[in-house]
Design a protein around this ligand. Structure first.
Ligand code: SF4
Ligand code: SF4
Length: 433
């Protein structure tokens, strides 16, 4: 193929001298990114931040460990806001970048790539989604799939049981039955996926793929072969043969396309010997309009929604209490009038240290009406609590005899005497029978 015989735009001809033509491929970048995401998923459960898991759901304490913070179930609204930010942000990314997640980051794609790579490496062929080759090679491939599936299953469990504890309990035979069930059921599901389903997951089953159909927009990033360049196509079919989803991108945008960029690389390689650029490009807009296609109401609306939710999340985190205090009148011990005529009311309290360091707390009582002295007796000072832990306490509030209910306020003070949590309660008079 000679460049001089083709009607090429001047821009291309200027850059097509032997000395300055450079073949740049996306494949190495895609693989780097896929492995980076995979390694992060594998390693996050091993990392600690300020002595706590970077990310772990602690089912026994109903809490979430996230970047050194411990969110207990009462604070899961923060997690829900985070999920909303993540969910709406993910919608925005999908609307702007299409199925780029599927091709560049999704663990399903990475696992399938790995399974197909191993199968090819041992001499198997993949035709009509079936492995073809010697039986011992197929057995070897399935053994590899089983190992991979067990690793993926264990990786999921590590987000609930710290990996160090997982391995020590596994070695001592004391791993919880729930962990076994989660591990093995995930491993079986992943094995069936790798052995039988593979790319069909992306085209037929994955709800995200279907969802993307509704989100594709006039500004979405797609692989595109501009009509004005189609005359350069030499009909080699490399782009079709390399496509893991079995589609022909020359026919325009198709929802099965996972934006992996393999067809783009294939075309660049085919065109490189003739020192011509590839024909296939990433472009915003299903019609190749370019970045300006992003300025449309749907993208702008979703951008604003993401930003607003992000601000709410940052505000909620910034105003998060470092400790919480819950107080309620004891249901097991009734209030009584003491010999000196004073009223003793029994309370239960729950103090939660939401910080990352052990802390010593104290509980104080304040009357909300003038001239009602309050005295606390019991476990109300030197309350030492480890980070993320909860402690139940019992104490008595002594007041003068009452004719009507008295509103009171309990204050939790921190190590430096600062007020860290306040809760309202009420002391009721004792009725004589
Ligand atoms: S058309 Fe291209 S980008 Fe889309 S899935 Fe096939 S190879 Fe990947
Ligand atoms: S790889 Fe490029 S030249 Fe070959 S068929 Fe596809 S678009 Fe045409």
């Amino acid at each position: 193929m000679k460049a001089g015989k083709l009607r090429l735009p001047r821009f291309f001809i200027i850059n097509m001298t032997e000395s300055n033509f450079r073949l740049s491929l996306l494949g190495p970048w895609r693989r780097f990114f896929q492995w980076l995401c995979t390694l992060l998923l594998l390693l996050i459960p091993w990392f600690q931040f300020q002595g706590k898991s970077l990310l772990r759901i602690d089912l026994s304490n109903f809490s979430l460990h996230i970047f050194g913070q411990i969110l207990r179930i009462e604070e899961l609204y923060l997690f829900l806001i985070f999920c909303l930010v993540f969910g709406v942000g993910f919608l925005l990314i999908t609307m702007v970048f299409g199925r780029v997640w599927c091709g560049w980051a999704c663990p399903q794609t990475t696992l399938t790539d790995l399974a197909e790579w191993f199968s090819r490496m041992i001499g198997l062929k993949l035709k009509d989604n079936r492995l073809q080759g010697a039986i011992w090679k197929k057995t070897l491939a399935h053994l590899f799939f089983i190992l991979l599936s067990l690793l993926v299953g264990a990786n999921l469990v590590w987000y609930f049981v710290a990996p160090q504890r997982f391995f020590s309990e596994l070695a001592s035979g004391s791993l919880h039955i729930g962990a076994w069930i989660s591990w093995l059921s995930t491993a079986v599901t992943v094995y069936l996926d790798l052995a039988l389903i593979r790319r069909l997951m992306c085209s037929e089953f994955c709800p995200y793929g279907r969802f993307q159909t509704a989100l594709a927009d006039q500004g979405t990033l797609t692989l595109h072969l501009p009509a004005e360049e189609s005359y350069r196509c030499i009909e080699c079919d490399s782009c079709v043969n390399t496509c893991p989803m079995g589609i022909d991108i020359r026919e325009g945008f198709q929802i099965e396309c996972i934006n992996c960029g393999r067809c783009l690389d294939a075309c660049r390689k085919v065109m490189a010997p003739g020192q011509q650029p590839g024909l296939i490009h990433y472009n915003f807009g299903t019609e190749g309009q370019g970045v300006k296609a992003l300025f449309n109401p749907r993208v702008l609306l979703l951008s604003v929604a993401t930003l607003v939710l992000l601000v709410i999340f940052v505000f909620a985190i910034g105003n998060r209490q470092v400790a919480s205090l819950k107080v309620s009148v004891s249901h097991t011990v009734s209030a009584k009038v003491l010999k000196d005529g004073q009223l003793a009311t029994f309370f239960n309290a729950w103090v939660n240290n939401r910080g990352t360091q052990p802390a010593t707390y104290r509980i104080l009582a304040r009357s909300k009406s003038e001239g009602a002295p309050l005295t606390l007796k019991g476990q109300t000072s030197k309350i030492v609590i480890e980070p993320g832990n909860n402690r139940k306490l019992d104490f008595v509030l002594v007041t003068t005899a009452l004719d009507s209910p008295l509103p009171v306020q309990f204050v939790l003070t921190g190590p430096a005497g600062e007020e860290v949590a306040i809760t309202d309660a009420q002391v009721s008079p004792v009725r004589s029978h």
